[in-house]
Design a protein around this ligand. Structure first.
Ligand code: NG6
Ligand code: CA
Length: 502
């Protein structure tokens, strides 16, 4: 508490006292899926306009050296919510839709921290962290026996995994939303269901999107998925409505808070595959479905900001917009994302992308806004990692983190609030290899994993059997041989982090 009060005092002094001393802001994290560093107009994109996100950046601070903890969804989200590097726990790779809860109930999470500080908490949107107590054994027709409520979320309205994985239904407070008793749901990631045709049986069933790789099992709403599914009936989502459902539930949650502070973890489905935005966005981007999904993401941000404004809470809400990992173009559907890119660069000029240990894997957009407390229209070069959101937000709201919790999270609240221009000395990036970067250097530890994603996505993994050392800004010139001391020092740093000593 004491540190937090001191911090608030310093912060208020730094900001001319505009925020009200002692008020605890609401916190809204809007977490995009696969949105690249170069995908927003406030980050330099000019083939797509994102006015709502840009507006937020004008009200707040935009970070240019912010990192997700990992280059795919499950481990990134795990780290954000636990303050622990995902490589410390087995089974934190990209999760299937029938995975059991990956964050165990006894783990103290970011949501627990908010809840214990008196906040109302909600997880809305993409979950991808497992549900139920046993993998593959969930009964999707009954209340699930392990849910986000067990790790601190009072309310949840979520997709179990990704839109390209079954089950294709929303789950509200641990039960399939609008469950259709006439069409009981069965899910399997190992065998098809008798009498239910799959994409492999008849690809023409997937009349909305054809697969480029994978996504050849269940077909729901004319789109092939990963995993098999039976039933669902009227509970099945229509992909075109996913963003609307997520935004509507987020807005409702905001509207229902009656003066009590709240923490909203709003994870959008955009811009993950299958990119199937609502009809009203169709034809609105020269980049086709991927561009339209970005427009839809921006629309969601607008809806949330509007709800905050209409309920009079914008001034007292800390809004964070970021992404779970870097961008990918062809991620398994023939949606012309690559063909229509033109000169748009989702990777923002960096090497790699989603899945990669190169910079574009984890360097993501990050915008922080809190009117009166976070400087407006600033750009911060501070090195920051999402693993630090846990302790940083705890410091900002005066929350308590119990001993042993959030072991890898550090309080960099002053960087997040735009006061400290430096942030971390180093950031760990998890792809198929571990990497660490400082302000000046990027080091990728040696790995036997293939140099290019082996299952179809055209992405360099950043893996090599030899140590790689780059100067930030040039990931093509490996200087490990020329600067062996730096490479050794950064490998030793990684070793210490893995051992839990740093
Ligand atoms: C891959 C999927 C990809 C995407 C990814 C997870 C195939 C061929 N590819 O296995 O489409 O779902 O997993 O993405 O199935 S993430 O952003 O949720 O981590
Ligand atoms: Ca993702």
């Amino acid at each position: 508490m004491r540190t937090a009060n001191l911090l608030s005092a310093a912060l208020l002094a730094a900001c001319g006292g505009a925020a009200v001393a002692g008020t605890r802001p609401n916190v809204v994290v809007i977490y995009a899926d696969d949105l690249g560093y170069g995908d927003l107009s406030c980050y330099g994109a000019h083939r797509v306009a994102t006015p709502n996100v840009d507006n937020l950046a004008r009200q707040g601070t935009r970070f240019v050296n912010a990192h997700a903890a990992a280059a795919t969804s499950t481990p990134s989200r795990f780290s954000l919510l636990t303050g622990i590097y995902a490589f410390r726990q087995d089974g934190t790779g990209v999760a299937n839709g029938d995975a059991a809860m990956i964050i165990p109930p006894e783990c103290y999470t970011l949501a627990d921290m908010f809840r214990d500080a008196g906040y109302a908490t909600a997880a809305i949107g993409k979950w991808h962290l497992g549900l139920g107590s046993e993998t593959g054994r969930q009964d999707w027709n009954k209340p699930l026996d392990a849910t986000p409520a067990d790790i601190g979320f009072d309310y949840s309205y979520i997709m179990a995994a990704t839109a390209d994985r079954v089950p294709c239904v929303f789950i509200e407070d641990g039960m399939v939303a609008h469950h259709d008793a006439r069409h009981p749901i069965e899910v399997s990631y190992t065998r098809p269901f008798e009498g239910v045709e799959t994409y492999r049986d008849d690809p023409s069933l997937a009349y909305k999107q054809q697969s480029s790789h994978g996504h050849d099992m269940a077909v729901v709403n004319g789109i092939g998925r990963i995993g098999y599914m039976k039933g669902g009936g009227s509970a099945l989502w229509r992909d075109e409505d996913i963003a609307d459902s997520i935004a509507a539930h987020a807005v409702r949650f905001i509207e229902r808070q009656d003066g009590r502070p709240f923490f909203l973890y709003l994870a959008t489905n955009d811009i993950h595959v299958p990119r199937q935005p609502h009809e009203r966005f169709r034809g609105k981007s020269p980049m086709g479905l991927r561009g339209e999904a970005i427009l839809q993401f921006d629309w969601t941000v607008g809806r949330v900001l509007e709800a905050l404004e209409l309920t009079g809470q914008l001034g007292n809400t800390l809004v964070i917009v970021s992404s779970d990992n870097g961008p990918v173009v062809d991620d398994g559907y023939r949606d012309k994302a690559g063909e229509l890119l033109g000169d748009h660069k989702p990777w923002g000029g960096m090497r790699g992308g989603k899945y990669s240990a190169f910079e574009a894997g984890t360097r993501v957009p990050l915008i922080v806004s809190w009117p009166g407390a976070v400087a407006a229209g600033e750009v911060s070069e501070a090195l920051v990692s999402q693993v630090d959101l846990f302790r940083s937000l705890a410091a900002i709201i005066g929350g308590t983190v119990p001993d042993g919790a959030a072991r890898d999270s550090r309080d960099h609240s002053s960087a997040l609030l735009g006061i400290d221009p430096e942030g971390r000395e180093w950031v760990v990036e998890q792809g198929y290899a571990l990497a660490v970067r400082t302000g000046e250097w990027k080091y990728v530890a040696p790995s036997d994993y293939p140099a290019v994603v082996p299952w179809g996505a055209d992405v360099e993994t950043g893996c090599d059997t030899v140590p790689q050392l780059f100067r930030i800004g040039n990931e093509h010139d490996n200087v490990a041989g020329r600067c062996p001391d730096v490479a050794r020092r950064l490998q030793a740093l990684l070793d210490a982090v893995v051992a839990g000593d740093r």
